[in-house]
Design a binder for this molecule. Sequence first.
Ligand code: ADP
Ligand code: MG
Length: 627
Amino acid sequence: MRAFLVLLARNRLALAGGVVMSLVLLLVLLTPILPLADPDVTNTSNRFQPIFSDGALLGTDHLGRDLLSRLMWGTRLSLAVGFAAAIVAATLGAAIGIIAGFYGGRTDNIIMRGVDMLMAFPYILLALAIVAALGPGLFNALIAVAAVNVPFFARNIRGITVGIAHKEFVDAARLAGLSNTRIILSEILPNVIPVIVIAMSTTIGWMILETAGLSFLGLGSQPPQADLGSMLGEARSALITNPHTSIVPGMMILIIVMSINLLGDGVRDALDPRLKSGALSRPMATTKVDRKGAVPEPTGKGLLEVQGLETQFHVKDRVYRAVGGVDLHVEKGECLGIIGESGSGKSVTALSLMGLVASPPGVITGGAVHYDGEDLIGAPYRRLRDMRGRNVAYIFQDPLATLHPLYRVGDQLIEAIRSHRPIGKAEGQAKAVELLRAVRIPNAEKRVSDYPHEMSGGMRQRVGIAMALANDPDIIIADEPTTALDVTVQAQVLTILDDLRRSRGLAIVFITHDFGVVAQLCDRVAVMYAGRVVEEGSTKDILQAPRHPYTARLMACVPELGGGKRRLEAITGLPPAVDRLPEGCAFADRCLKVQTECRRGKIPLDWQGDRKVRCLYPEQGTREAAE
Ligand code: ADP
Ligand code: MG
């Protein structure tokens, strides 16, 4: 709730609308106790007094009634009717929409055709017809305005409900044995309430106008009772001779509708869940770069060289140091593993390379990423876009989320190629089949016209790899590509990647949390902890003799087939929160060998024999010896 108000207040126009609306509401609430003249007492000897005349601040109307008093009481009435109509319309409309959307099938059909029939009539005509049938009067006007707005709410809410009714959490509720009523109340309703509020906030202004319109025509409030519409209607005959009698209620309508609409737009923006995380701004095309220190010069090590990369998330006044100075490099045709617990900054590191971290809140605050000698951090968007997919391609964990559900996989492959070079239809199709063959999808000619949902998880991940291969990149960054797959499929996918690397000279940066996978695929491995590399060296050396206590503990967590009975050691405690990193070694709190020096200053990543380690008291000896 507080976050919502803060977000709302950040929108200046909405804030202004809110302030004006609150003032108006305060005034109309205080109307009964303000020292105002009776709004209905006529005094024909005193008619058409101008504004600022004695005893009548806003003048008098054609019957000598005090305009200020009539305005206040009239506004009170108009707002009350408008709000009541909005609440009635929203409640009824939402109920109809939820029932139609939730039950679907014939219920949906019957209800929605009825709604469509109502919608087929022009708005105001329908309202007029309803009032004509019920007879003039403010209450009947309220019914009419509410009725003509019900279809709008019903349509909106039905659409949202249809989307939610087939989500997994609703299925889960069904499996748990909840009744339909309970599911609607506890699962569906909370999800549509924001939409109802949004629809209401943007239509209340309309409803006040419609009520005023009916009153203007004499079908709403009846004399002598004043509402804004009837005041305008009565002033119509004196529009030229005494314009103030029209201007006073007219201005009020303008002020109310303007402020409600501004506020309503603000509420919609602030409540829209898609806008929540990124405040009110869209992510930029590339990650924001704000480098404070000097930019490191390339040393020419490797095809891709990362030096001192720092990526932070700036959320409100907090700074999350997700990546705090990472050095890596990968040679042509080499496979570099990045391993670490969840949250250690592996994905953010990988996404930073091509400027793919969402900004806001992401900011690259230091370091350099040299690709073939060219610094990619801060490179113009056009350059990065040109390189994404063509020089450096990504494979992500969940292939279903990366593939578009409505296009055939072949077309998606062709699209990936087309974003970098024009390609004809036949050639594209041939290339798509060739790519699917390269990732060993059996029966590629047929599978190329499958939709993603027709494939199994392993097949989809192969398509993901094929897509990464589409433009013959030099480097593939694979972010836990096998985590969602079972072990046998994982083994097949790893074999494919390994073969591709050898046959095409691909460099692979393979991110995982599984030492087994590293052992199978990677030449070198970098162990990450709390946004930093804590140990880096050849896979063989590290597997044989981990030096950093964290690496050693991480490896002790992996079970070995045929390794005999051995206690699997879970690492106790949690990694530090990246917005409150401790001084010294980030692993100190969980380390069994921690000393006082470990908690002081900055501990460097130094060469220790065959590898680099960020530890003052590294492990000695090999694993076999330790066991
Ligand atoms: P992993 O190693 O599991 O891939 P990530 O690179 O995804 O970890 O995340 C590294 C750290 O960055 C985590 O502590 C995470 O909480 C933080 N982080 C990631 N995205 C955001 C974000 N949008 N806002 C704030 N913190 C984030
Ligand atoms: Mg990750």
